[in-house]
Design a protein around this ligand. Structure first.
Ligand SMILES: CC(C)(COP(=O)(O)OP(=O)(O)OC[C@H]1O[C@@H](n2cnc3c(N)ncnc32)[C@H](O)[C@@H]1OP(=O)(O)O)[C@@H](O)C(=O)NCCC(=O)NCCS
Length: 168
């Protein structure tokens, strides 16, 4: 394997931002557009994930960040076994080589080891993101619902979101 997974640190912020911007430059993947991936946004997600969640990066043999995943525990007692707000991005040059799957498997391990442990992981994916939906089902996520017209593209067309959940 020509990459490895490790915990994210605040020093990774610029590299994580670069991967998210490269990912966002191809429409139909992550929700944000490149201009919405500000340094403040990246600082906020890393802070939340490192405070009470999971933040992981995939790095190549030279140590360059090629992928990122993060999610946070819901800060409400009733839902405190749930890891939510999940986003994953793999640099376009690295897609289809197992990086996304490895990031998810490492996230599941880290989530089980949290105190108290996570029992449920949830995410939303655009209904048009067939590749991501296929990957998530292969990883064990189940489709739980459809959020109609949740997304609206720049041309005004809408896209439903698919709600998915996985019990660890
Ligand atoms: C979705 C994503 C994280 C998967 O990471 P990955 O490293 O390519 O995934 P893996 O190599 O572990 O698994 C490959 C599977 O991912 C899925 N996939 C989704 N988009 C893909 C892409 N552009 N290229 C290759 N595989 C993709 C497919 O199901 C593929 O399986 P297949 O070969 O049976 O078609 C990555 O493609 C990505 O960053 N996409 C853009 C951002 C995005 O869609 N994020 C999710 C928003 S909900």
């Amino acid at each position: 394997m020509s990459f490895s997974i490790r915990a994210t640190t605040f020093d990774d912020a610029a590299a994580v931002a670069a991967v998210h911007r490269a990912t966002a430059s191809i429409p139909g993947g992550i929700a944000r557009r490149p201009e919405e991936i500000t340094d403040a946004y990246i600082a906020r997600i890393l802070e939340a994930a490192l405070a009470d969640g999971v933040g992981l990066v995939a790095v190549d043999v030279g140590g360059a960040v090629i992928g990122e995943i993060h999610a946070v525990r819901i800060p409400v007692k009733l839902f405190s076994h749930v890891l939510s707000d999940l986003t994953v991005a793999v640099h376009p040059d690295w897609r289809g080589r197992g990086v996304g799957s490895a990031l998810f498997q490492a996230l599941f391990s880290a989530a089980r080891a949290m105190d108290p442990p996570i029992v449920r992981v949830e995410l939303n994916a655009g209904a048009g993101n067939a590749g991501a939906l296929r990957l998530y089902e292969r990883l064990g996520f189940r489709i739980e619902g459809r959020l109609e017209k949740r997304g609206r593209f720049p041309d005004g067309t809408f896209e439903d979101d698919i709600a998915m959940g996985l019990i660890l």
